[in-house]
Write a protein that binds this ligand. Structure first.
Ligand code: FAD
Length: 389
């Protein structure tokens, strides 16, 4: 086997963990592993809510790639991927100083999804570290203002909307007036029933208003217009958070069109069970941007994390002419963060769900074990232990 160049696009749950696993494999001839991300940091999204309530610090949930990859052979390049050419086997990357073109032997596409478009520029999204820092800044400003009540409207009753509403409510306490707007008649519709009940109860206890069968029509400075189905109503508001749905990445849409790739009904790249693109076996795709043709994989960190080991092992198998393994997803359950120090948990391995501080501790321990690199896990664990004294 000749030295191969493996280029990984996106350093999230799919890309970073593929790179770390590739680095551990028994290469007879070591491959060149290049990881590209527009950010200088990995982001552990399931713990992003903890920034809103100061329960965790940025360094814990968003460690820099340079630190995580320091003891590995993985080369990290910070840059924005602007083009992928599957025929030429090149990718275009805009770095801080220049536009570079990189060639590859094996490509891994793990660029994640983007937020679906909001009806107004005045809404805040909650997806990136920058989004979370912006929200914290806005909340601090409102807290320092003479306003008696702070009105926050969260659009979307999925896990992000419910978790955010609980954290914001706990942060603002009696000054907060938090409202969730959901266009359907159910919150947490894809969650296990025990978590759904726990989420509804946590919102009730915090006095969060729930508007079901309601659509956000427009946002203006200081007010929103809601469509309740049979009437329109305008309400005063200080912050509007948009947590609704995912859209396919623009680059992936381009790829599908330009190279006539198969895709699923919701616009994800259709992949073979081995995580390869059927027409381009040297290209692997995983995480939120890819799915099996029946769309059976949820867009979660859990899926991307589990796929990463298969992806790394299958790249090794592809390059060493060994047999590739089909990805098998093992659903392990779901944690929801429901306010400060409170979570719910539902797993197929227990006949009941749990809610309170014990599942919150379990959630932290499980996520600690999922953090990249043993060194980072130790740093975070020591920090948590020091806070308990
Ligand atoms: C607030 C929040 C909470 C969540 N909580 C949970 C949870 O509790 N459990 C769970 O299982 N899932 C959760 N998810 C979903 C989970 O984050 C995603 O499913 C998971 O991150 C998908 O992994 P990925 O590798 O496909 O994409 P990502 O982890 O999003 O990684 C994509 C990477 O690509 C980079 N990138 C994108 N475009 C470019 C470009 N053009 N050039 C260079 N780099 C680029 C990004 O910077 C990013 O680092 C949550 C998501 C959010 C937003």
């Amino acid at each position: 086997m000749q030295r191969a160049k493996i280029v990984i696009l996106g350093g999230g749950f799919g890309g970073l963990f593929t790179a770390l696993q590739l680095d551990q494999l028994p290469w007879r001839c070591p491959s060149e592993i290049v990881l590209i991300d527009k950010s200088d940091r990995f982001l552990f999204t399931p713990l992003l809510y903890e920034l809103v309530t100061n329960e965790m610090a940025v360094w814990e949930i968003a460690p820099p790639f340079a630190e995580l990859l320091a003891d590995t052979a993985v080369q990290f390049h910070q840059g924005l991927v602007t083009g992928i050419d599957l025929q030429e086997r090149t990718v275009q990357v805009q770095t801080a100083v220049a536009m570079a073109v990189l060639d590859y032997d094996v490509l891994v596409v793990a660029l994640g999804n983007t937020v679906s478009p909001s009806p107004s520029d005045l809404t805040l999204s909650f997806r990136s570290l920058k989004d979370a820092q912006h929200l914290v800044h806005q909340l601090s400003q409102l807290e320092q203002s003479p306003k008696e009540k702070i009105r926050v409207c969260v659009v979307g009753g999925g896990p992000s909307g419910v978790e955010l509403a609980c954290k914001i409510s706990d942060r603002l306490k009696e000054r907060g007036r938090v409202r969730i707007i959901e266009r359907g008649n159910l919150l947490l519709k894809n969650s296990p029933p025990a978590n759904r009940r726990a989420g509804e109860q946590a919102l009730r206890e915090r006095g969060v208003w729930l508007d079901y069968n309601t659509k956000l029509v427009a946002v203006e400075e200081g007010q929103i217009l809601l469509d309740y189905g049979n009437s329109l109503e305008s309400l005063p508001v200080d912050l509007v958070l948009w947590t609704v749905g995912n859209s396919p990445h623009r680059l992936v849409q381009d790829l599908i069109q330009r190279f006539q790739l198969s895709h699923t009904a919701n616009g994800s790249l259709a992949i073979a069970p081995t995580l390869q693109l059927p027409a381009y076996p040297h290209v692997f795709a995983l995480g939120d941007i890819a799915n099996l043709t029946d769309n059976s994989l949820p867009a979660t960190a859990q899926v991307a994390y589990q796929q990463a080991s298969y992806c790394a092992r299958n790249i090794w198998a592809y390059l060493t002419q060994n047999e590739l393994q089909p990805f098998v997803y093992v659903p392990l359950g779901e944690f929801l963060s429901l306010g400060v120090g409170q979570s719910s948990m539902s797993t197929p391995f227990l006949p009941f769900g749990m809610r309170g501080s014990l599942p919150n501790l379990l959630r932290r321990l499980v996520y600690l074990g999922r953090m990249p690199t043993f060194k980072h896990q130790c740093q975070v664990a020591l920090h948590w232990l020091s806070q308990m004294r």
